[in-house]
Design a protein around this ligand. Structure first.
Ligand SMILES: [Zn+2]
Ligand SMILES: [Zn+2]
Length: 640
């Protein structure tokens, strides 16, 4: 338990203690620390609601002010059972009812393990600890909400009230935390996305499927243009591939059926589907026939891999096999087939194929969340095919790209995690010397980036080490974005080769990289990071001209035409509203520049500039302002 978790868990004891002072009959189950706080599960006839919080918190404050020491005590199983029967575990005094959940918990403690009590004041709980020295160390706390939960998470068990709270080592830290939560609520990309008209999710289309509205599409297109430009500088080639592929492709890659829980089911070929339907074939059989492979297929894949990766149970008589398609869960096999479509010499390598490739994954509906957890998303994907010697430089190139993009977006606070192989050698494939090389390449690349990184043994993919990016937004919240992964397995499975300097065939190494994960998720994160105030180069509408009256409408139109001709996204608000109302609306819609024009400005060929960030910026010649705006867009400046 971390120090903060210890404070929070100790606060759970204080909560139980306080509840017992008010409702002595309350029965308690478990009270662990959780992310951002703690809870305690309580069984009580009275339904605790937020209206009760003040009263409970008052008792908690009293217990804290009493500075009750937490005292540890080891007792025998018999003593524990006797105390439980007297209702003294998670109790204040002997009670007529036994501490029934605690008694059950005792039966779950393996024989031979110590049974530990912690006491503070009159309150005793069965708990292994640790806790703070005394109750006063819980300097700041607050109850937050109530939920319900089944005992041990089992629906056949009684339903309990789960009281959540949080605690901090100081009042200041708690204040900051709640202020951050408040701000996060305002920035919620689902709320802002709706208010600013950036994207839409429609039940009729399907949950988890993002409809990019014109304004959101501008942001996506700008991001794509920016990333594509950087990729071109790094020698990438752009490719396009379809959204589906034949099922055999994913059997070869191993994506199917091993990850079928997270995929949309396979789509059988229409004529085969019609035939088996007429034969009365059931769904279970159809699935089995789609998932199976022929003897030849299994033999050739196993031979390439040098071991049995397709089990005998999956082999079926070829006449019974069904063919079909998958909505692609990954772009890799498509890119592999582009690489394999031509012979390669070592001189051609590395080959870097990039695609904003859309993939589909089956997420449980409860897991879906706005743009950040979806069922269809477009990865900023690329696959690099290189020699072993080139791995280090290529991984480094990937990281440099991430650095450039994040810095441009004002996200300079991020870290990387280097996932290394499991020290248990049975859990990874490939040869250890290759792994050593690739792991060192990842470490070196992370070091060269000059940002903090951690090494995480056991976090590699089974086919090679990887690097994950974790970005901190302006509120200090961490977002896991995409990865760079080194892969020795797929090139073997797909029988890829290039001709080496020695004139012999060699297997290339593959690097998968989607550093921003997906455009959906990344855009969701950016909406929250900027609170909808996109820098001018990303803003769906970059400037809005606000004529003070109908008389200058033509001048307003002329300015818009000039800006549009320069590629600036500008509109004019020609409504009969007063200027104040026009400014308020533009502010609300977070337009970076508001350009006020009246007869005076028209006569002088000038513009009155208001920026979203600084308000009134004075009068500028129209040409001068348009030039300034152009350069801000071209340089992707963050200030507006
Ligand atoms: Zn405890
Ligand atoms: Zn891939």
């Amino acid at each position: 338990m971390t120090e903060l978790e210890t404070i929070r868990h100790s606060c759970a004891h204080i909560l139980a203690n306080a509840i017992l002072r008010i409702w002595p009959e309350a029965q308690f189950a478990a009270g662990p620390p959780v992310e951002n706080g703690f809870y305690y599960d309580v069984d009580l006839a009275h339904r605790i609601s937020p209206e009760d919080f003040e009263r409970i918190e008052k008792e908690m404050a009293a217990i804290i002010s009493e500075s009750q020491p937490f005292q540890r005590e080891v007792i025998t199983r018999d003593e524990a059972l006797a105390m439980g029967k007297r209702g003294e575990l998670a109790g204040l005094t002997p009670r007529s009812e036994s501490s029934r959940f605690k008694l059950d918990i005792i039966t779950r403690i393996p024989a031979g393990e110590e049974i530990i009590l912690y006491r503070n004041g009159a309150f005793t709980d069965l708990c292994a600890g640790p806790h703070v020295a005394d109750t006063s160390k819980v300097a700041a706390f607050r109850l937050t909400h109530v939920a319900s939960a089944f005992y041990q998470g089992d629906e056949s068990n009684p339903q309990l009230q789960r009281i959540y709270g949080t605690a901090f080592p100081s009042a200041k830290e708690m204040e900051n935390w709640f202020a951050m939560l408040e701000e996060a609520k305002k920035r919620d990309h689902r709320k802002l996305g709706k208010e600013l008209g950036l994207f839409h999710i429609d039940d009729a289309v399907g949950q988890g499927l993002i409809l990019w509205t014109p304004k959101g599409a501008v942001i996506r297109q700008e991001l794509q243009n920016f990333i594509s430009g950087e990729l071109a500088k790094q020698g990438y080639s752009q490719v396009f591939t379809p959204h589906i592929g034949k099922i055999g492709l994913y059997k070869t890659s191993g994506h199917f059926p091993y990850y079928k829980e997270s995929q949309f089911p396979a789509i059988p070929e229409p004529d085969q589907l019609a035939r088996i339907a007429s034969e009365g074939c059931g769904c279970a059989e159809m699935t089995a026939r789609l998932e199976a492979v022929s003897e030849t297929f299994a033999a050739s894949l196993n031979e390439r891999a040098g071991k049995e990766i397709v089990a005998k149970e999956r082999v079926m008589d070829p006449t019974r096999l069904l063919d079909g398609f998958m909505l692609k869960p990954m772009n890799c096999p498509h890119h592999i087939k582009i690489f394999a479509s031509q012979p390669h010499s070592y001189r051609d390598l590395p080959v870097r194929l990039a695609e904003f490739g859309t993939v589909y994954r089956w997420e449980q509906s409860g897991e879906l969340n706005g743009m950040t957890r979806v069922r269809g998303f477009t990865q900023d994907d690329a696959h690099l095919f290189c020699t072993e010697e080139q791995v280090a430089a290529e991984v480094q190139g990937c990281l440099q790209l991430v650095k450039k993009v994040l810095t441009t977006l004002g996200m300079s606070d991020y870290r990387v995690r280097v996932g290394l192989r499991d020290p248990d050698s049975s859990k990874f494939t490939g040869n250890p010397a290759q792994w050593d090389l690739a792991e060192q390449a990842c470490r070196d690349a992370a070091t060269s980036l000059g940002v903090p990184y951690t090494e995480e043994p056991g976090e590699a993919a089974f086919y090679g080490p990887k690097i994950d990016f974790v970005v901190k937004d302006v509120l200090g919240r961490e977002w896991q974005l995409g990865t760079v992964q080194v892969d020795y397995v797929l090139p073997v499975r797909f029988d890829l080769s290039y001709t080496g300097a020695d004139g012999k065939p060699h297997v290339p190494v593959m690097i998968h990289r989607a550093p921003f994960g997906s455009l959906e998720r990344f855009t969701g994160v950016l909406i929250e990071h900027f609170a909808g105030n996109f820098p001018v180069w990303l803003a769906p509408e970059q400037a809005r001209v606000l004529p003070v009256s109908e008389k200058v409408a033509d001048y307003a139109r002329k300015i818009v035409t000039e800006m549009t001709a320069k590629g600036i996204r500008a509109t004019a608000d020609l409504s009969p509203e007063k200027l104040g109302a026009k400014i308020r609306l533009a502010q609300l819609e977070k337009v970076p520049y508001m350009i006020v024009v009246g007869p005076k400005e028209e006569a002088a060929g000038q513009l009155s500039i208001r920026s979203r960030q600084h308000g009134d910026e004075g009068v500028l010649a129209a040409d001068a302002f348009i030039q300034r705006l152009e350069s801000e867009i071209r340089d992707r400046t963050l200030t507006v």
